[in-house]
Design a binder for this molecule. Structure first.
Ligand SMILES: C[S@@+](CC[C@H](N)C(=O)[O-])C[C@H]1O[C@@H](n2cnc3c(N)ncnc32)[C@H](O)[C@@H]1O
Length: 301
C-alpha cells in the first residue's frame, strides 16, 4: 500500500446530495468517483447496505480501503468509471443510487508531485491514474502543433490557443509545470484575478485523463445500471462537463412516451454561501439529479 497522509478532501454539495437523492435504508449505492469517501460515508450511514466505490487513483483507493475496512458490503474498485460501468453492466448489477463527483480531488491539487497545481512547481504529470502511459509531459512535448491548439481551444476554451500552442512548440522540451504556466503568462501578461494558465492546465488535464469521453460514453451505461426509481446525481465543475450532462439528461427526460428519466433538479443546484465560506473548491460545483422512471407504474398510469 502506498498511502501517504494527504490533506483532507472536503466533499462538495454534501447536503444537496442527500436532500435531492434521498438515500433510504437498504438501498444499493454506486459511487463512481469515490475519492476520499466523504459522500460515500454520508450515504452509507443512511443506507447501511451494499455499495461499490470506484476510483482510478490508487491513493484514493488505498484511503477508501482503510476507511471502509469494517464495512463488509462495500467493495472497492481501482478503475476508470467507463470500464467500471461496463463491467458492472456485464455482471447485471443494478443500483438505487449512483453518484459521480467529477474532476480532481484536493490531494491531487495539493501534492506538487502530481503536476495538477498552478501554484507549486511539479513534474508534467496530471494523471489521475499513475499507471497509465499518457502524461502531460507527452502531450506538451510530442503532440503536433495543430492538435495541441485544438485541445487548448476545445478543452480549455482558451481564446489564444493558437499562440499558446506555437509557444509550447518553441519552448520544447518543457520540463515542469512552472515552465508550462510561464507560457500562459507570456500570452496573458499583466495582473488578472484568475491565473492565466488556468484554461491551459484544464485543457491538458482533460486530454491526459480523457475526461470528457469518459463522461459521454459512461452516461448511457449509468442509466442502464439504475434500478427503477433509482437516482443518478452528477456533480460537474466546468461548463464542458455540465453541457454534456445537461444535453444527455434533456434527451432522456421530458413528457414523452419513451422517456427513461425524470429530472429531480429542474435547474442545477450550486453551493450555498455557507458552503462557499468554508470550502472555496465548491465555487464552480453544480449538481444535476435524475431518477429512472418506474416503467411498470408508467404503463399502469
Ligand atoms: C472530486 S473527487 C471526488 C471526491 C469524493 N466525492 C469524496 O467525497 O471524497 C474526484 C475523484 O474522482 C476520481 N475520478 C475522476 N475521474 C474519474 C474517472 N473517469 N474514473 C474513475 N475515477 C475518476 C479522481 O481520481 C478523484 O479521486
Amino acid at each position: 500500500m502506498h498511502t501517504t497522509k494527504t490533506k483532507q478532501h472536503v466533499p462538495v454539495l454534501a447536503e444537496e446530495v442527500l436532500d435531492v437523492m434521498k438515500p433510504k435504508k437498504g438501498e444499493g449505492y454506486l459511487d463512481l468517483t469515490a475519492g476520499y469517501g466523504g459522500h460515500a460515508k454520508s450515504v452509507l450511514e443512511i443506507t447501511s447496505s451494499s455499495a461499490v466505490l470506484v476510483d482510478r487513483d490508487m491513493n484514493a483507493v488505498d484511503e477508501l480501503k482503510n476507511m471502509f475496512e469494517q464495512w463488509p458490503n462495500v467493495s472497492i474498485m481501482h478503475e476508470d468509471f467507463f470500464q467500471a460501468c461496463k463491467n458492472l453492466r456485464q455482471n447485471g448489477d443494478k443500483f438505487d443510487l449512483i453518484l459521480v463527483d467529477l474532476g480532481v480531488s484536493s490531494p491531487h491539487l495539493d501534492k506538487a508531485s502530481r503536476g495538477f497545481s498552478l501554484s507549486v512547481d511539479g513534474p508534467l504529470d496530471m494523471r489521475m491514474d499513475e499507471s497509465q502511459d499518457l502524461t502531460a509531459e507527452k502531450v506538451v512535448n510530442t503532440y503536433a502543433q495543430e492538435y495541441l491548439e485544438k485541445i487548448i481551444r476545445e478543452y480549455g476554451e482558451e481564446p489564444k490557443a493558437r499562440l499558446m500552442a506555437k509557444l509550447i512548440i518553441e519552448s520544447r522540451p518543457l520540463k515542469n509545470t512552472h515552465e508550462l504556466a510561464s507560457i500562459a503568462k507570456k500570452v496573458w501578461p499583466g495582473n488578472s484575478r484568475v491565473h492565466p494558465a488556468t484554461r491551459l492546465f484544464q485543457a491538458i488535464r482533460i486530454e491526459v485523463n480523457d475526461e470528457l469521453k469518459q463522461l459521454e460514453q459512461s452516461l448511457p451505461i449509468m442509466v442502464d445500471l439504475l434500478s427503477p426509481g433509482g437516482r443518478l446525481g452528477i456533480i460537474s465543475f466546468h461548463s464542458l462537463e455540465d453541457r454534456i450532462v445537461k444535453r444527455f439528461f434533456k434527451e432522456k427526460t421530458g413528457d414523452r412516451y419513451d422517456s427513461e428519466l425524470i429530472e429531480l433538479t429542474k435547474k442545477p443546484l450550486s453551493a450555498t454561501q455557507n458552503e462557499l465560506d468554508f470550502n472555496p473548491r465548491s465555487r464552480s460545483a453544480k449538481i444535476r439529479v435524475v431518477a429512472k422512471i418506474n416503467t411498470k407504474k408508467k404503463g399502469q398510469g
